[in-house]
Design a protein around this ligand. Structure first.
Ligand code: NAP
Length: 342
């Protein structure tokens, strides 16, 4: 029986807000395996705001996705056939396997890494959430870029998302004095306090962010983990404590802008308050991923770190699910399930 492989490919470069029609669904038969190859069937696809940046034809930390190319994305899949001695049929693996149903590979790492075997006993989708790119980003941001110091007053934006929710909880686990999250809407804010066990949450869609930061942190914010940039970052500058640290993880508020807005009005606060701002990219830290995953696993198993996954269904809904990130519809890690484990 010939298997058909559905692939979502980039049809055109988005202008402004990314649209479903920027991608097209192509089906093609999967050819027979030759010696040394294996066939992976994707089970879950992961979505990250950074993928929006990969669609623009600009120089960045990785090359753009080309028009006609399968959309690049992290996935978890199951090996359904193997003619490669290193991989067995049935094994679950994760890697940058893209928005497609099947992947034929010889297992050699490509420019974005190779296949990692999913350890036994771990729900496979966890390799894309707390134990995957976003969990690791939160981990390195909070432990290496500007490590949380016990007693720190910590503020995290994008706090109900995949990276932010883990970063804020790591701050709590590492002994921060107070941890406050910024997120959009009352449901997300309620979840941050009741489930993620933060001290408070600020609803940037319905509250005055600057005023709430001053109320929550009368002595100022020692550590700000920024996922959104824009107006929120500008407000935070005014609420920082002297010698405060800002970890720049992302700036989703501008990812779909046709023209970038002017820079923050309150940047001089970095001088007045002697602030340190440091950006980072996860890829530079992957050599230490093993220890990070061990710590993250320990915290999830002990229940100190709760993991939220927003799992949509159906391969046909892939681009629509990507858009959820920019509509603020996801709570925790945005994933889509496209097949069951066999
Ligand atoms: N530096 C790195 O290596 C690295 C690695 C991974 C991720 N990141 C960055 O981390 C950030 C979070 O990524 P993620 O994968 O964890 O996504 P996520 O936070 O799970 O999802 C995106 C969230 O961003 C918020 N958002 C959307 N538009 C916004 C806007 N205009 N203003 C403010 N918030 C907005 C939405 O939440 P609300 O409902 O709260 O608005 C949405 O749920 C992104 O900036 C991403 O680029 C960086």
């Amino acid at each position: 029986m010939t298997r058909m492989n559905g692939q979502w490919r980039l049809a055109q470069r988005p202008v402004g807000m990314v649209k479903e029609s920027d991608f097209e669904l192509i089906e093609e038969p999967v050819r027979e395996l030759v010696d040394g190859e294996l066939l992976v069937r994707n089970l879950y696809l992961a979505f990250e705001p950074a993928m929006r940046g990969w669609l623009d034809d600009v120089k960045s930390y990785i090359p753009p996705v080309q028009i006609g190319e399968v959309m690049r994305a992290s996935t978890v899949g199951q090996i359904v056939e193997s003619k490669n001695a290193e991989f067995e049929a049935g094994q679950l693996v994760s890697g940058m396997l893209g928005w497609q149903q099947y992947v034929l590979t010889d297992g050699t790492p490509g420019p974005f890494g190779g296949l990692s075997k999913v350890p036994d006993g771990i729900p496979p989708q966890r390799m894309l959430s707390a134990l995957g790119g976003t969990g690791l980003t939160a981990y390195f941001g909070m432990t290496e870029i500007h490590p949380v110091v016990a007693g720190d007053n910590v503020l995290v934006s994008g706090a109900a998302g995949a990276t932010g929710s883990v970063a804020a909880q790591i701050a709590r686990i590492k002994g921060a004095g107070k941890v406050v999250g910024i997120a959009g809407g009352p449901e997300k804010c309620a979840w941050l306090v009741s489930d993620a066990k933060l001290d408070a949450a600020i609803d940037y869609k319905n509250e005055n962010v600057g005023r709430r930061i001053r109320e929550e942190f009368p002595k100022g914010v020692d550590l700000y983990f920024d996922n959104v940039g824009g107006e929120i970052l500008d407000s935070v500058f005014l609420g920082m404590a002297e010698r405060g640290r800002i970890t720049m993880c992302g700036g989703i508020s501008a990812y779909n802008e046709k023209e970038l807005p002017p820079g923050p009005r309150n940047l001089m606060q970095t001088v007045i308050k002697r602030l340190s701002i440091r950006g980072f990219i996860l890829f530079d830290h992957l050599a230490e991923a093993g220890q990070a995953i061990a710590n993250l696993s320990e915290w999830t198993e002990s229940g100190e770190l709760i993991v939220e996954e927003d799992i949509q269904e159906g391969f046909e809904n892939t681009p629509k699910t990507f858009l959820r990130l920019f509509e603020g519809k996801n709570l925790g890690k945005q994933l889509i399930k496209i097949a069951d484990v066999e």
